[in-house]
Design a protein around this ligand. Structure first.
Ligand SMILES: [Ca+2]
Ligand SMILES: [Ca+2]
Length: 319
């Protein structure tokens, strides 16, 4: 009998403990306005777990019931196609994976300064999204972050950025041009695969460009970068047109002077002499094409001569 009593009381205690722990966990999940939220009472923050509203313009306030909104959890707005615009709160730090995936009604997104982490596929399949202004503190664009955002045409990346991960802008077929901040060191596999890219500027610090990063972009894609950089090597290996940002128009022989020697180099090139050392898409090539028409001809030689004689102070290509 005693034994049974003791067992019962143990069961009683255990079930009480269980109910307390369940109670504690549930207490944090509640509904505020159109959101299911998870409150962290320790630091007065909350995360948005789910959106329950009817769509239209959604403004997520900086605070809800006195708690700072610092996280949007995974899938919180997944497939909310009725939302036409989203304003993110100022102190938001984290956006979970798939958070806004399938929000096909939103045209623009601004990711504020405080955000340091955005999960994979966060904006996947946002087919009306045209503009992404990423201010953030972000060091990485996550995998597939803008995958299948087929209207995206305007992307601003922050200088804190170091890595663009795999397939981040894959199938962004409206994305014609982008500037990669100088601080970025890695562009992942298929990062811009099947995008609309015609123009991309890549800084000096990129040392890794993944396989197929620029495969199936626009046929006239030009990658701008620096002579001797990973970008230049990548272009040569993958038969992509390269433009050297360090081109000095008129200085065909790269001796940091523009004088009659440069005219001679153009003449040598036109005479078919290899000693001119002017290769297609090289710094010398662009330096010689001062007319900017994509060819080197006698007109370019004459323009350099006129520059040397102070008849002109700027080349047509620079105007
Ligand atoms: Ca020169
Ligand atoms: Ca020319």
């Amino acid at each position: 009998m005693n034994m049974l009593k003791r067992n019962l009381s143990i069961i009683c205690i255990i079930s009480m403990m269980l109910s307390i722990s369940v109670f504690t966990a549930n207490a944090a999940i509640t509904t505020i306005e159109d959101f299911t939220v998870d409150i962290n009472t320790d630091n007065s923050t909350l995360s948005i777990e789910e959106y329950n509203g009817d769509g239209g313009e959604v403004i997520i306030k900086d605070e809800l019931s006195g708690y700072t909104v610092d996280k949007i959890s995974s899938r919180a707005f997944l497939n909310c196609a009725d939302i036409t615009s989203i304003t993110l709160p100022r102190f938001l730090r984290t956006i979970g994976s798939y958070a806004f995936s399938g929000c096909s009604g939103i045209a623009s997104i601004t990711i504020n300064d405080a955000v340091s982490s955005v999960g994979n596929y966060a904006f996947y399949d946002c087919t009306s999204l045209e503009s992404a202004d990423i201010k953030g503190n972000m060091t990485a664009i996550s995998q597939y972050m803008f995958y299948d955002c087929t209207s995206l045409n305007n992307v601003t990346l922050p200088t804190t950025l170091r890595v663009i991960y795999e397939s981040a802008f894959r199938n962004c077929s409206s994305l014609k041009s982008i500037t990669i901040p100088d601080e970025v060191n890695t562009i992942g596999e298929s990062a811009f695969y099947n995008s609309g890219l015609e123009k991309i500027t890549i800084g000096r610090n990129v040392t890794t460009i993944g396989k197929d990063a620029f495969l199936k972009c626009a046929p006239n894609l030009v990658i701008s970068g620096y002579t001797g950089s990973t970008a230049e090597t990548y272009c040569k290996e993958n038969n992509i047109k390269f433009f050297p940002l360090d081109t000095v128009y008129g200085d065909v022989n790269n001796d940091e002077r523009i004088n009659v020697k440069d005219v001679t180099y153009i003449q040598k090139f036109l005479a078919g002499l290899e000693s001119a050392g002017i290769e297609e898409n090289s710094k010398s090539f662009y330096a010689a094409d001062v007319s900017g028409d994509g060819n080197i001809d006698i007109g370019d030689a004459l323009l350099v001569l006129r520059f040397v004689d102070h008849e002109i102070s700027v080349f047509p290509v620079e105007e």
